[in-house]
Ligand binder design. Structure first.
Ligand code: GSH
Length: 258
């Protein structure tokens, strides 16, 4: 039997599970607005990092559909850094949140008693403070796939099928397909890195939103994009941090209808 040297979960535990590798134990506290995840052996010495994330708009006290929050959570998961999520209702931001987040945006993470906003800044700080495993993407590959999200939004919002937005988006996906074909399975080769952790939540939104609102899916000809998505979406880190499908659909509705 695997012995885990964790603090016992406090009363009100919803679930406690051991991963396939026997490495991860999850303690989901029922305390309103908070979910603590204690991950892995390395992280046990550290107390969980506090992170404010978007709350689900369909299920109270569940993680919502913010790709920037998932990017940060993925980075923590991949680095085995334990975290304590504080759910924020972005449609009715609480006072305590507005005091720590000047722009009223999530994610924000507390490092050394200071709340830090912006996923770019937060993921860099995580890299500096928790260097293992290294996740930095080399500069020449750091922007691979970075135009997919904006061109996906252009296509999603478009009401004119002949306005070229689909083709602009497909061109970006095709460039990404070629990159993964030559360099894959990840953006930087054999190992997952920061650029993948930034892009993957956006591809997840793309898949769900375009499937729902446009009955669209990635063409079979872009087989490396398809296998990349399957590969990243099936990682334990991704499954542990993904938004619910209904939240992604609801989250994009105002943009599609607007
Ligand atoms: N550049 C920021 C963007 C963060 C962002 O836009 N977050 C959205 C949620 S996905 C937000 O908090 N919006 C505030 C609001 O909806 O009022 C980052 O990378 O962290």
């Amino acid at each position: 039997m695997i012995s885990l040297r964790f603090q016992p979960c406090t009363a009100g535990v919803l679930s406690a599970s051991v991963s396939r590798a026997g490495f991860i134990k999850r303690c989901d506290s029922t305390k309103p607005g908070r979910t603590v995840r204690r991950i892995g052996t390395m992280a046990m010495a550290a107390s969980p990092l506090e992170i404010c994330v978007k709350e689900s708009i369909t299920t109270p006290n569940k993680l919502g559909d913010c790709p920037f929050c998932q990017r940060v959570l993925l980075t923590m998961e991949e680095k085995h850094v334990p975290y304590d999520m504080k759910m924020v209702d972005l449609s009715n931001k609480p006072e305590w949140f507005l005091k720590i987040s000047q722009e009223g945006k999530v994610p924000v993470v507390k490092f050394d008693e200071k709340w830090v906003p912006d996923s770019d800044v937060i993921t860099q700080a995580l890299e500096d403070k928790f260097p293992e495993p290294p996740l930095a993407t080399p500069p020449e590959k750091a922007s691979v796939g970075s135009k997919i999200f904006s061109t996906f939004i252009g296509f999603l919002k478009s009401k004119d099928s002949g306005d070229g937005t689909e083709q602009v988006f497909l061109d970006e996906l095709s460039t990404f397909n070629d990159h993964i074909k030559e360099n894959g399975p990840f953006i930087n080769g054999e190992k997952i890195s920061a650029a993948d952790l930034s892009l993957a939540p956006k591809l997840y939104h793309m898949k769900i939103a375009l499937g729902h609102y446009k009955n669209w899916s990635v063409p079979d000809s872009l087989s490396f994009v398809i296998s990349y998505m399957e590969n990243v979406f099936s990682r334990e880190s991704f499954v542990n941090t993904q938004a619910q499908t209904e939240d992604v659909i609801a989250g994009w509705r105002p943009k599609v209808m607007g």
